[in-house]
Write a protein that binds this ligand. Structure first.
Ligand code: AMP
Length: 277
């Protein structure tokens, strides 16, 4: 739930995009107070140079001042993990959760298949996310290579400390989980979005998640086989009320500073629903 109220201090939005061999390599977005700006900018450049899929050939770093009165505040989605044996079972479990959120089976299947095959036109990972009509499964993003990027969201430093402590108790304090939880919180704050599906393009990181308003951020330790470089994101939208400009404006430009940690739950076993279809 997003609570709108004014911040007293302006912040900087930092956005990094790195490319290698003419395709997307890595991206990252943060919000920083003036004191922290240089440190975070250096960290982002370091990250682009040390990506497991290669060394960046081009790094774009954008830094924009965000006026205090445009900053919204919110609470992180709750997180818990569903144990699955392998990526096939993980995808079945993810599909089941998407269906429970109102995504039609064909749309869920199409999204899983597109991410698995590399959703960009060249068969690699996109830079951003697909927008998928939750009923028809049609792709709605204007640019199928770039997709839509969620940006301008972050945790306050105190919230980040608390989140890291709570994640560490579950063995989950890593940048993948932290950043994805922040991203999914912003995506689900858009009323037009029903659910998000994601798995990483990092070949060493097989986990992924489905985020919905009802269940929060549900992690699956396996949504792809180890070594697989193709990953991606799908934001499922209600086709009947879909307004592409309003949604992109919110996801890309609205500024969300998260100042409250949600529940960080444990692990449960996946149970197949008899009519999960
Ligand atoms: P990552 O979890 O960083 O490995 O990203 C997995 C995939 O999610 C990428 O290949 C992109 O397709 C997509 N993605 C990464 N960052 C964003 C973002 N900020 N907004 C939307 N999609 C993203």
């Amino acid at each position: 739930m997003i609570i709108f109220h004014l911040m007293s201090e302006s912040l900087y939005s930092l956005r990094m995009h790195a490319r290698c061999q003419d395709s997307h390599l890595s991206g990252c977005e943060r919000l920083a107070a003036t004191d922290d700006l240089e440190r975070l900018a250096a960290e982002m450049v370091g990250r682009a140079l040390q990506h497991p899929r290669g060394r960046a050939e081009r790094i774009r770093l954008s830094i924009d001042l965000v006026p205090a009165e445009t900053i919204r505040r919110g609470r992180l989605l709750d997180l818990h993990t569903v144990r699955v044996d392998d990526y096939r079972q993980g995808r079945q479990a993810a599909r089941q959760l998407l269906l429970a959120a109102g995504v039609h089976a064909d749309a869920a299947d199409a999204a899983i298949e597109r991410i698995a095959q590399g959703a960009a036109p060249d068969g690699r990972s996109m830079r951003g996310a697909m927008l998928i009509d939750a009923v028809s499964g049609a792709r709605l993003e204007a640019d199928p290579a770039r997709g839509v990027r969620a940006s301008r969201m972050d945790l306050t430093p105190a919230t980040e400390r608390e989140l890291r402590q709570r994640l560490a108790m579950r063995g989950l304090d890593n940048p993948h989980v932290r950043e994805a939880l922040v991203l999914a919180t912003k995506v689900l704050a858009a009323p037009q979005v029903l659910a998000e599906l994601c798995w990483s393009d990092d070949p060493d990181y097989t986990a992924g998640y489905v985020a919905t308003r009802e269940h929060g951020y549900v992690r699956f330790p396996h949504l792809k086989p180890p070594g697989e470089e193709r990953g991606g994101r799908a934001f499922f939208v209600r086709g009947d009320s879909f307004d592409p400009e309003a949604l992109s404006a919110f996801l890309e430009h609205a500024v969300l500073l998260i100042d409250e940690v949600g529940e960080i739950g444990g692990t449960s076993d996946w149970k197949e629903q008899p009519c999960g279809n």
